[in-house]
Design a binder for this molecule. Structure first.
Ligand code: GAL
Length: 685
């Protein structure tokens, strides 16, 4: 593949510079680059190989603090100057990190008070990474000083295309219970509640003699003899997420001051496994949304979890193209049995993200480390070198991404939404609940999976999103809901949407106080039902429904409220609730409101999804065989890009018209997508 010269690169960069995207031509392609781990001859080979692969963006300096500031106030920039110069000479841009993701040993040695503590007061010691307390004023000073030093040094470097703040903020240290955290938590609470009386009311401190007479008495939810006050816990989640965001904002302010034309981001972890950061609340502070995603080895449907995570990222990005900042070429190193990916799986993983709105495909990492805790984590260049299937697939991916250049900037359009809310996640998994094995993402995934299998494109959005464009809205277990968000769902149903709400939704207000008068409090009126008691199903128990299906995990003693128009779509056929409704539907204005008061078995769940989609008039993106994924991106020019990902071991044939971008072939009606492969058809051009 021909590489651009440095001057061509400069010209393109100038053309494409904007604050919401790094100045990189086409789709961005690359990964984390840690040259400080390698001698010069390897670094020279790196840029050669990056050229072969078509890499155009690498994240540099993420863990470089100790190498850049080896002693307090003494900087060693030379090696990074050379790296950036070499990258620039080969047309590779840098997502330059603030180098703050791991404090150097001299800093933690001199200031052990910056180390975070867990809930029982144990210190998280240095020796790994991210050993800092986000609320430590001492750490914050040092980190901001380092950020300023890096930004001053490289503000004018032509390779600089994007600022990469810290790394996966909060990945290991989101919840810190240290004294610094206690002080910051108190200030946050004072700002939120104003008076301690207000806090007492919100936290329900009449219970268990918890009434506070001053903010000074309040602690983070440290390990206690029994369940800690749930609202204290919930507020600690909120505070921790806000505190991390405040740290990001401080860093961004410095970067913006010194480089007003360079976009700033940090890599999110928008997945079903990252709970602590409310990325919907963070999104507005990012110039561009970036995320990291890793599949889980023993999940046979990991491609569906990947699709969900990508759709969530797009929801966080408010529909705009986003960056896949990290994923893996093959195995990771941090699971029980790390799974090696076939070349086909690697390409499908990357392109599934592109299909769902990513305009950047990047990996952890460029070259597999020879030493350190991540030496068995795959990379674009593996231990065995360039003569490997992994590197050949990297090169192939680079070629494919070049062929997909027209896709850049196009967007996904969905008629179906799944609501997702970090606050509801935090609150629904607090302890001392009806079921303490409840998992919010698991419930969300039951419904997302059925929608994926129905072939429908879904936006995963926050309850505050504009819902007016959706025909079908699925609301899995939205335990905590604010009044205005409950109202927005009622309005959407009234206006014609089919809204489906599942069990353990609408139960509490924003302070985790139960909405009295019967469940599901906030949605009782909308649904025309009233539940008097939850009825959790023990162990592996499931009970029959009147259509032959089964409900698992959860049941409720639910009544239809007379004269509200709700009917039972499925009722319990056995067990203590026999005869009570399990699934209800209430026609409303031009739409309908459904309630599912159990976790239906997979077949029943799919039937319910099909009924809702049919009623809402939502069709699959394409008629495709099972496990063949079809998603479209739409350009402003009327061209659509149909991505077809064949996750099966058989060739798949689907109907399509246009030009297949990877092969360049014309498609006139019938498109064969080989087993395990991907096709992208530009339609209407
Ligand atoms: C991410 C992290 C990377 C690397 C990767 C391994 O969480 O940002 O630095 O550790 O995981 O999968």
């Amino acid at each position: 593949m021909r590489r651009m010269t440095a001057s061509e690169h400069d010209a393109t960069a100038r053309d494409t510079t904007s604050l919401d995207w790094p100045a990189v031509p086409g789709l961005a392609f690359g990964g984390d680059y840690n040259p400080e781990q390698w001698p010069l001859e390897v670094q020279l080979e790196d840029v050669e190989l990056m050229g072969q692969a078509g890499v155009n963006l690498v994240s540099v300096g993420i863990f470089s603090w100790a190498m850049l500031e080896p002693r307090e106030g003494e900087y060693d920039w030379g090696w990074l100057d050379d790296v950036l110069d070499r990258l620039h000479a080969r047309g590779v841009s840098a997502a330059l990190a603030t180098a703050t993701a791991s404090p150097p040993p001299w800093l933690t040695h001199r200031h052990p008070e910056i180390l975070p503590q867990d809930a029982d007061g144990s210190t998280l010691w240095p020796g790994a990474r991210q050993a800092y307390s986000i609320s430590s004023p001492v750490f914050r000073d040092y980190a901001l000083r380092m950020t300023r030093a890096v930004a001053e040094r490289y503000a004018a470097h032509p390779a600089l295309a994007l600022w990469h703040v810290d790394n996966e903020l909060g990945c290991h240290n989101a919840h810190d219970f240290s004294d610094d955290a206690a002080a910051a938590f108190r200030s946050w609470l004072e700002a939120r509640y104003g008076t301690v009386e207000e806090l007492n009311r919100a936290w329900g401190t009449a219970f268990w003699s918890q009434r506070y007479s001053s903010f000074d008495e309040i602690l983070p939810p440290r390990k206690a003899p029994m369940f800690v006050n749930p609202t204290q816990n919930l507020d600690f989640h909120r505070y921790s997420s806000d505190e991390l965001l405040a740290y990001f904002r401080d860093m961004k302010a410095i970067l913006r001051e010194l480089t007003p034309a360079v976009p700033v981001t940090t890599n999110f972890m928008c997945t079903t496994r990252s709970k602590h950061m409310d990325y919907f609340a963070w999104a507005a502070d990012m110039d561009v949304i970036a995320t990291d995603h890793y599949t889980i080895a023993d999940d046979d449907e990991r491609h569906i979890e990947l699709a969900f995570s990508a759709d969530l990222t797009r929801g966080v990005a408010d529909g705009r193209p986003w960056m896949l900042m990290e994923h893996s070429t093959s195995a990771v190193n941090w699971q029980l049995r790390n799974r090696t990916k076939s070349p086909d799986e690697m390409l499908r993983d990357s392109l599934s993200h592109v299909a769902r709105g990513a305009d950047a495909v990047m990996f952890f990492q460029w070259r597999q480390s020879a030493a350190g805790a991540e030496k068995y984590h795959s990379a674009m260049v593996p231990h065995a070198g360039a003569d490997t299937d992994v590197f050949r697939t990297t090169v192939r991916l680079g070629e494919i991404l070049q062929a997909l250049e027209p896709v850049r900037g196009s967007t996904v359009r969905a008629q179906t939404a799944v609501l997702f809310d970090y606050e509801a996640w935090w609150a629904s998994e607090l302890d001392s609940h009806p079921r303490n094995d409840f998992s919010y993402p698991e419930e969300v995934m039951h419904w997302y999976r059925a929608l994926w299998q129905a072939g429908v494109t879904v936006d995963v959005v926050h309850p505050s999103a504009d819902l007016s464009g959706y025909r079908a809205i699925v609301v899995p277990s939205l335990y905590l809901v604010r009044d205005e968000h409950a109202q927005a769902l009622a309005d959407a149903a009234e206006a014609g949407a089919s809204v489906l709400i599942t069990f353990f939704s609408g139960i509490v207000d924003e302070h985790d106080a139960v909405r009295l008068g019967g469940y599901p409090g906030a949605f009782r009126e909308l649904l025309g039902i009233r539940t008097e008691e939850f009825w959790t199903l023990q162990g592996r128990d499931s009970h029959a429904l009147d259509d032959g299906g089964r409900g698992e995990f959860w049941a409720e003693k639910t009544h239809l409220v007379p004269d509200q128009g709700a009917t039972a779509v499925r009722s319990w056929a056995e067990g203590p609730l026999a005869g009570h409704p399990a699934v209800t539907r209430r026609p409303l204005g031009a739409g309908a409101a459904w309630y599912v008061g159990t976790r239906p078995d997979a077949a029943t769940l799919r039937q319910l999804v099909d009924s809702v989609l049919e009623e809402a008039g939502v069709a699959p993106e394409a008629e495709a065989p099972e496990d063949v994924e079809a998603v479209r991106r739409h350009g402003e020019d009327g061209v659509a890009y149909l991505f077809v990902l064949n996750h099966t071991a058989q060739d798949a044939v689907i109907t399509a018209h246009g030009r297949e971008l990877i092969t360049g072939a014309e498609v006139a009606g019938e498109l064969t997508v080989r087993a395990g492969e991907v096709a992208v058809v530009a339609e209407g051009c």
